[in-house]
Design a protein. Structure first.
Length: 331
């Protein structure tokens, strides 16, 4: 990844729907050059502007599930779960028999059905451990490449707030269809979205502003980890003394390497994942994490070797985005 690529991706991570003209004033390149560069990165599957329903608003229906597979059955289980709309993200661990599935469901009943009915009935699954999110402090949309300086970041346009006259609620079907379209391509112009959904362009602008402002929907520019400077992906499940849980979770959310952090109910009371520069710094990182807790902290790691699916998008074995996208249903 060139410096110019990294600068563009960082800008899009902070302002996913900024126009090329707005980004041109920050990056000192023409809008046409920026557009072509993004098209090239997207076509290569290296970076893509996408979106997803927010874990901040539906924590009880967000779960991280460690799935232990029978030897030789990992590929078949993965292929089945890739097609499951509620399986937002799938990560394969270094053990070669374990998957970590990020499940997001429209309600408690749907999540229970997946955990109690769907997963146990799949052939090849030996064991399931579930961590149900109880609160979310940081999500992947807050992680960035850190390629711009503070002055450049300050020049990026902030998301437009909803108009005073904009509708405060959205029709369920329109809301669902809009989120699905933005999930596939969050840079799709409002005019194109309006034609696709059969509504006015103003209604699209108002709806996006409302969804983003209320954190019902998060826009993000995702990048393939292998093409960033942080190619080592690790999931952690920690048991923190209850008295220190809030303090540790808040401190973790400030670490730039961490992409997600949230409290959970299950075998661990804190779940977080991180991208690191090299595997060798993992132990230094863990020492820093352990020092956050005054008393003992039980920390268990899962090193990720492959991500077949991220936020509904199917990735190839090299971790690049493909053209396949499976919208999250019912949200």
């Amino acid at each position: 990844m060139s410096d110019s690529d990294a600068r563009l991706i960082h800008a899009l991570q902070l302002a996913p729907r900024a126009t090329w003209s707005e980004l041109s004033r920050v990056l000192a390149e023409s809008p046409a050059v920026l557009s072509r560069r993004y098209d090239r990165l997207r076509a290569a599957g290296v970076a893509k502007v996408i979106g997803h329903p927010s874990g901040f608003n539906i924590s009880r229906n967000l779960a991280f599930v460690e799935i232990e597979c029978e030897p030789g059955s990992l590929a078949a289980v993965t292929a089945t779960l890739v097609e499951l709309p509620m399986a937002m993200t799938l990560d394969v661990t270094s053990s070669g028999t374990c998957l970590i599935a990020t499940l997001i469901a429209p309600d408690d009943e749907s999540l229970a059905a997946v955990l109690l009915d769907t997963l146990p009935s799949l052939p090849g699954i030996r064991k399931v451990q579930t961590h149900i999110a109880t609160s979310t402090l940081k999500t992947g949309d807050n992680w960035n490449l850190r390629a711009l300086d503070a002055e450049e970041v300050a020049l990026l346009p902030a998301p437009r707030p909803p108009r005073a006259r904009a509708a405060r609620t959205l029709e369920p079907q329109f809301r669902s269809d809009l989120m699905a379209s933005l999930g596939r391509d969050a840079r799709k112009p409002a005019a194109a979205l309006a034609r696709e959904l059969g509504v006015s362009e103003q209604k699209v602008h108002d709806a996006i502003a409302r969804l983003v402002h209320t954190k019902q929907f998060l826009l993000r520019t995702d990048v393939t980890s292998a093409w960033s400077e942080w190619p080592v992906h690790v999931w952690y499940f920690a048991d923190i003394p209850p008295r220190q849980l809030s303090t540790v979770a808040t401190a973790l959310s400030a670490h730039p390497e961490i992409r997600y952090v949230g409290t959970s109910a299950g075998p661990a009371n804190l779940s977080f994942d991180v991208w690191l520069r090299t595997l060798s710094v993992m132990h230094v990182f863990e020492e820093r994490i352990s020092s956050l807790a005054q008393a003992g902290i039980k920390l268990r790691r899962q090193v990720i070797l492959r991500t077949p699916k991220r936020v509904g998008h199917v990735l190839n074995d090299a971790g690049r985005f493909t053209d396949r996208y499976i919208p999250l249903s019912g949200l």
